[in-house]
Design a protein around this ligand. Structure first.
Ligand SMILES: [Zn+2]
Ligand SMILES: [Zn+2]
Length: 662
């Protein structure tokens, strides 16, 4: 398996190097011969047999990437290309015609190769090995790289994933190579993602190095090498890529390799070493939960789900919808529906780490600041008539008819905006920002291994730098996660984890283990960025509010409750009206909808995971985002039913308020 790609690459530079090497070796030999034969007068018969020195770079296998249970998510597989050396193809029409007869090529493909050969024979590349036909069907589907199975009845290879039937082109060509002078089959490693698009955003992709990269790092890269560009493939490229090996040898005039013990003294220091394969990576993600999350998102146009362990920061799910098709041949999607997908729903973007206005899921951050600063306390009651008037401007509560008298717990459960407008107005934008950013990390990067947006937590000076004249009303928008506040689903997951794990702001981790996969390595040490001193009574009150949001019939997510195994959370419905040119009426209407959010933790008692759901322009958080979280939490409970069995024995509502400090 190793070395096959190196062989192909060798041909790109083979000729020039071979010429230089042969000339140099020849000159050395000549001098040596003169010295040996004339000066020393000895006879050195072996040297006359030497043809040239070959230095052959061996490309290492790239490390595999697995999920936490060992399922392979990315690995290298071998594919075959039909190659030829133009000058050696004596009769291009007849040779390619034979391949048409054999059913391997269509006449069009054959004609194209004939033109390629004729063109090359005129130029410098006539002795180069060129690819005539990429991705011959062998034992893998050319669309999705799945291993094909042989169907006895049809004599064809069948793909279990896409159902397509193929002729084994590689086998047919191999058995007729004697008739195909100048042609041969060359193997090449390609990256294969057996779970298809399930993790495409977190894993990222690889492609060939470009000319500038080769020029900048000539020792590391050669043309044709693969390099990780985004996601884990990009962030851990140095671990995954391994180190190339070198096979240096002396070829004898007859073509055979000279045995090391036969080598004349001057070649004794020719170096050969094996390639070091890339390091395998085990991620913290859980394929099953990821697939449940993607399935739940699939009824929406666009969105993301993040599931994070609240004690270790391990990311169990990082799902972004819609996803990209993966495979060696990406089909160009056409038509207006495809255009909508490209333009409006941004399948390239990892929405789990992209920043959006978080709406009411931000409110717990405002609460912590307001209570720690003693601006509000447990007895504070704000009357909600459905709006809050401030300096001639009216800020509406989402419930236009008003919530009446609101204190902390119902304000969270029923998501009354007026309570937070009042609190935010007193706090001011800088104090809100201080708690949200310096405490909970909203507006800063989480430090996860892959690319992420930091989000925005605006302050007075932030507006000044932007050249926007600051208005005190901006604080009112910030207090409910509107205005210019931007947070990522991952950033929100981390903030909520800190609320329920005893105040630990953690670095989220996608990577669980570097090295050969080993389930024994299952203790992950949390990386603590800072510890928050949130009063225990405040945590209990907030957990009561978030418990009620899901489990009280007045709560905003009551329809998504799981009665026997309660969880808790906070909904968000963020205004995010957008207008974009050149979109269909359907997309234009979608862009006017609110973003739907829901950040939950489960179980309600002794939380283990946070589930952060974002549905882009999905509408109301409780109605659109909460059902997605419910499905993911149900799947999580099913996976861990034995751990939670005793937790629910005689469960009482107040148990949800039991704070377990780690
Ligand atoms: Zn297929
Ligand atoms: Zn209200």
């Amino acid at each position: 398996m190793l070395g096959t790609q190196g062989e192909l690459l060798e041909y790109h530079t083979h000729y020039r190097w071979a010429t230089i090497i042969v000339v140099v070796v020849f000159l050395i030999l000549l001098a040596r011969l003169f010295y040996v034969q004339v000066i020393e007068g000895e006879r050195y018969e072996g040297l006359a047999l030497i043809s040239h020195v070959v230095k052959h770079r061996i490309v290492p296998a790239r490390g595999a990437i697995r999920d936490r249970n060992g399922t392979v998510l990315a690995t290298d597989v071998e594919v075959a290309d039909l190659t030829m050396v133009p000058q050696y193809v004596k009769d291009p029409k007849a040779t390619t015609g034979r391949m048409v007869e054999l059913g391997v090529l269509t006449q069009d493909e054959a004609d194209k190769i004939v033109r390629q050969i004729e063109e090359a024979k005129k130029g410098k590349k006539k002795f180069h090995r060129l690819v005539a036909y990429k991705n011959l069907v062998g034992n893998r589907c050319p669309e999705d790289l799945t291993a094909l199975s042989f169907d006895r009845n049809s004599g064809l290879m069948v793909c279990p994933v896409c159902g397509a039937e193929y002729m084994d082109q590689k086998a047919v060509i191999q058995s007729h190579l004697h008739e195909l002078q100048g042609f041969s089959i060359q193997s090449r490693m390609v990256r294969h993602y057996p779970m298809r698009s399930a993790f495409v955003h977190a894993l990222g992709f690889v492609n060939e190095v470009n000319a500038e990269e080769v020029a900048a790092h000539p020792k590391t890269y050669r043309p044709g090498d693969l390099i990780g560009r985004t996601g884990i493939e990009g962030a851990l490229d140095a671990d995954l890529r391994g180190k190339p090996g070198l096979d240096s040898f002396v070829r004898m005039a007859g073509g055979a390799r000279m045995r090391p013990e036969e080598l004349p003294e001057m070649f004794k220091d020719l170096q050969s070493y094996p390639p070091e394969p890339g390091t395998d990576i085990t991620l913290s993600v859980d394929l099953n939960l990821q697939q449940v999350a993607l399935a739940a998102l699939s009824r929406h146009r666009s969105g993301a789900v993040v599931v994070m362990d609240v004690h270790t920061g391990e990311v169990l799910v990082m799902a972004s919808h819609p996803s990209l098709p993966v495979g060696p041949r990406l089909h160009a999607v056409t038509g207006s529906a495809a255009r909508d997908i490209e333009v409006a729903y941004a399948p390239m973007v990892n929405k789990a780490v992209s920043a959006y206005p978080p709406g009411s899921t931000f409110k717990p951050m405002t609460v912590v600041g307001g209570f720690v600063e003693n601006i509000f306390d447990y007895d504070t009651v704000v009357n909600c008539p459905g709006h809050f008037d401030y300096r001639g401007r009216r800020f509406h509560c989402y419930k236009r008819s008003g919530h009446g008298d609101m204190s902390l717990i119902p304000s969270l459960a029923q998501s009354c905006d007026t309570y937070y407008y009042q609190l935010g107005e007193i706090m001011g934008i800088d104090l809100i920002a201080h708690y949200a950013k310096d405490w909970f990390g909203i507006g800063e990067k989480t430090g996860v291994e892959i690319y992420e947006q930091s989000g925005v937590m605006p302050t007075e000076s932030w507006y000044r730098e932007k050249g926007v004249s600051f208005q005190p009303g901006f604080a009112i928008n910030s207090s409910v996660g509107q205005g210019d506040v931007r947070a990522t689903p991952l950033g929100m997951a981390r903030a909520y984890a800190a609320l329920v794990n005893g105040g630990l702001v953690l670095k989220p981790k996608l990577v669980r283990w570097k090295g050969p996969h080993d389930l024994a390595h299952d203790k992950v040490q949390p990386e603590i960025i800072r510890r928050l001193d949130i009063p225990e009574q405040l945590v209990q009150a907030m957990m009561a509010g978030m418990y009620d949001a899901v489990n009280n019939e007045q709560g905003t997510a009551f329809k998504s409750a799981i009665p026997d195994l309660p969880y808790a959370g906070k909904t968000g419905t963020a205004q995010a009206r957008e207008r974009r040119p050149d979109v269909s009426n359907d997309v234009a209407a979608w862009l006017l909808q609110d973003h739907a959010w829901f950040v939950a933790y489960a179980p309600a008692k002794r939380p283990q995971v946070v589930v952060s759901v974002f549905v882009e322009h999905g509408g109301f958080g409780g109605a659109e985002a909460a059902p997605v979280a419910k499905k993911v939490i149900e799947a999580y409970y099913a996976e861990h039913s034995d751990e939670f069995a005793d937790l629910w024995e005689g469960f009482k509502e107040q148990d949800a308020l039991e704070v377990i400090w780690p």
